[in-house]
Design a protein around this ligand. Structure first.
Ligand SMILES: [Zn+2]
Length: 254
């Protein structure tokens, strides 16, 4: 499990957050005026955009962002993240699709419309000071599993070597739980449900939204990618195991 601790909104690492984004130079001066801050954030947007765009395009190439779905972000500093704008073929996005939003979800840099799900990203950055990237995809396996396990409220997975892909897990001889939340277009309600479940602990750094897709996070883009890839693989394996079991080959029924 990712090593994180719950924080009050706005609380977080003030000086080291920029270190989450490799290749991003830290601010070299204080920010005396709003215009200087905007210029600084634009500089950071330009700096983080290539890595974020490469990540988004790679996930799009897997077919995990059908029909412009999915949204993606990485932390710039304690109060700002770079995030993909609403819409757009995720396999073709450029720097103009990357916005800078503050942790209240307001666009600070960029002209495009923010994603309706911006709050689900910013809520994770506010909650965990060491979250550096959040990835949200709509793969077929994620979407099917989210419907299949909606009533159960979670997907429990055990016995797979790849459980060790999650930060803090050192053995396959354990079980992990991927929460499943009902889909909701009212993001504050959804974020509140996520918070309540994360407060109880014992989950993976990711959750499913029913009929919708998967959110995964990590301390940087690389770790978030690993968590997302592991979750999708495990979900896909479990769906296939259940499918074969139902054909009567002696496996355990769901
Ligand atoms: Zn979505």
């Amino acid at each position: 499990m990712i090593s994180v601790k719950a924080l009050a909104p706005g609380q977080g690492r003030q000086s080291t957050a920029i270190g989450y984004i490799s290749g991003t130079a830290p601010p070299s001066h204080r920010e005396p005026a709003a215009i200087d801050r905007t210029t600084t954030l634009e500089t950071h947007r330009q700096a983080v955009a290539p890595a974020l765009i490469a990540e988004v395009r790679a996930l799009a190439a897997r077919g995990w962002t059908p029909a412009t779905g999915g949204n993606f972000s990485c932390r710039i500093d304690a109060r700002h993240v770079a995030m993909t704008a609403s819409g757009g073929d995720k396999g073709r996005i450029g720097t103009d699709h990357i916005l800078v939003v503050d942790l209240d979800g307001q666009v600070v840099v960029g002209a495009r419309r923010p994603s309706a799900e911006t709050l689900l990203h910013t809520h994770l950055y506010r909650r965990y000071a060491d979250v550096g990237a959040v990835l949200h995809t709509h793969s077929r396996a994620q979407t099917v599993a989210s419907r299949l396990f909606e009533d159960a409220g979670a997907m429990r997975i055990e016995g797979y070597e790849l459980i060790k892909a999650f930060e803090g897990q050192s053995t396959h001889e354990t079980s992990i739980e991927i929460p499943v939340f009902p889909n909701n277009q009212h993001m504050p309600t959804l974020a509140g449900q996520v918070d309540a479940r994360l407060d109880r602990g014992g989950t993976t750094p990711g959750y499913l939204i029913a009929g919708h897709g998967l959110y995964a996070w990590g301390c940087d883009l690389e770790q978030a990618h690993r968590h997302l890839e592991a979750l999708d693989f495990l979900i896909d394996c479990e769906l296939e195991r259940l499918r074969l079991s139902r054909r009567g080959d002696g496996g355990t029924r769901a």
